[in-house]
Design a protein around this ligand. Structure first.
Ligand code: SF4
Length: 422
């Protein structure tokens, strides 16, 4: 199993139980998760849980579903709605990338100020100091914070920024104090990367790379293989104001959008570290002069969910199903991992499983929803791997299980399977 370094802050030590609407929970999945937790307190075991219904066998990932940051954001948002009847409540953008949760919030009267790409849906000029604006789990940019404060909005009170995202900002700030520039591994238009970029850029020169290919191109400017002037066109929109490519890539540190593929961030950091070693003739001992060690900015949930998929992939199966919002970054990385080995279907909910023959799912490479016919093989038992992203309610995963099982003559009911985990 591949392994990556991970943030050393353990959310489980906080033992905080969040008050998440029951409708998002699943008795079946809670029973399974609790049992697995009891048997494996230190989370060393990434093998999946088998739900054996006879003709269909579902292998459920060891870790999936709501993370600390998402539960925290849901709790604060729903509490805010409850405690403020009659007030105008806005979310800066989607609180988390899950369509069900966002529709629930809209149905309760919450309005979104921006779409996920940062385009305005409601102008800030419509806001008044009495209004409530909830900052989502991804955090936001300093510029937006400033604009809201100028209107008189109390953003601290309703800030659901995840502590793991703040940890990245703090780490970037600490590195900046030691005069390193920051390379952010992230999707430039994602809310979290825009927020992290803004916080980092306020302290030090910052540049964003999306993947290894871009990192290799960035390294050519460090090596002097490419003329400096080309940087500004090639990385347009991805570097901080005043970035001086000649001077600002001499001492660097890497942080990431917390939901990127952890192994990709590690590979990018290792690649840049080696570039610095070669360029400045450094050793493992002296590398700190040019490269800041930032291995601990990976989020625990990203690590656990991705590690659980590696565990899942060791199972012999016919297909994999990954549940989550199409625009969810962490979910899309779970899909990429599954695709390496199995036919994989990225769905938002059980509704995308149209029938035993037809499934509607998102094709990441074409960036569009597609339909596949005969997605379930004829053989029996059919073995299905199942996981979900950090913003997907367990209730949705249970509904997917129920739908899949309904296509077969099941040897057990859901309750009987649940009893095995009590
Ligand atoms: S995935 Fe990690 S960083 Fe993102 S909200 Fe969840 S716990 Fe926080």
């Amino acid at each position: 199993m591949r392994c990556v370094a991970v943030c050393n802050f353990d959310p489980h030590k906080l033992m905080k139980k969040f008050n998440v609407p029951l409708v998002y929970r699943s008795p079946l999945i809670s029973a399974i998760k609790n049992k697995r937790k009891q048997n494996d307190k230190y989370k060393k075991d990434f093998t999946p849980s088998l739900l054996d219904f006879g003709q269909v066998q579902i292998y459920l990932a060891r870790h999936f579903g709501f993370c600390y940051g998402v539960e925290n954001a849901i709790e604060i948002s729903f509490k805010t709605i409850e405690e403020n009847p009659g007030k105008k409540i806005y979310l800066l953008s989607e609180m988390i990338h899950n369509p069900l949760v966002n529709v629930d919030l809209k149905n309760r009267g919450v309005q979104f100020l921006m779409d996920t790409k940062g385009n305005m849906l409601v102008p800030f000029s419509d806001l008044s100091p009495d209004d409530i604006v909830i900052v989502p789990a991804f955090g936001t940019t300093l510029q937006i914070e400033k604009e809201l404060k100028q209107i008189g909005i109390e953003i601290e009170k309703y800030n659901t920024t995840c502590p793991f995202v703040e940890k990245v900002w703090n780490r970037a700030e600490a590195i900046a104090k030691n005069k390193y520039s920051i390379v952010v591994h992230g999707k430039p238009r994602h809310e979290e990367t825009r927020a992290t970029f803004s916080h980092s850029a306020s302290n030090t020169p910052t540049v964003v790379v999306t993947d290894m290919q871009e990192t290799i191109e960035l390294a050519k400017f460090i090596n002097g293989e490419k003329p400096y002037k080309d940087f500004y066109k090639e990385f347009e929109g991805k570097f901080s104001e005043g970035f001086n490519v000649e001077n600002d890539l001499q001492r660097i540190g890497v942080v990431n959008q917390t939901t990127m593929l952890a192994s990709d961030t590690q590979a990018i950091a290792d690649y840049l570290k080696n570039i610095m070693i070669k360029k400045y003739d450094l050793t493992e001992e002296s590398i700190g002069e040019r490269f800041a060690d930032t291995r601990d900015t990976l989020c625990y949930a990203t690590y656990e969910n991705q590690s659980a998929v590696y565990g899942l992939l060791e199972t012999e199966a016919d297909l994999a199903i990954v549940v989550g919002g199409y625009n969810s970054s962490n979910t899309s990385h779970l899909v990429e991992l599954c695709e390496e080995k199995f036919p994989t279907y990225f769905i938002r909910s059980e509704e995308d499983i149209v029938s035993s023959k037809e499934i509607s799912h998102f094709n990441l490479h074409k960036n569009e929803a597609v339909t596949t016919i005969s997605f379930l093989p004829e053989k029996k038992p059919v073995k299905i791997l199942l996981t979900s992203g950090a913003s997907c309610p367990d209730a949705v995963v249970e509904a997917v299980i129920t739908k899949l099982v309904s296509f077969y003559k099941a040897s057990k009911t859901l309750t009987e399977v649940m009893d095995e985990y009590r």
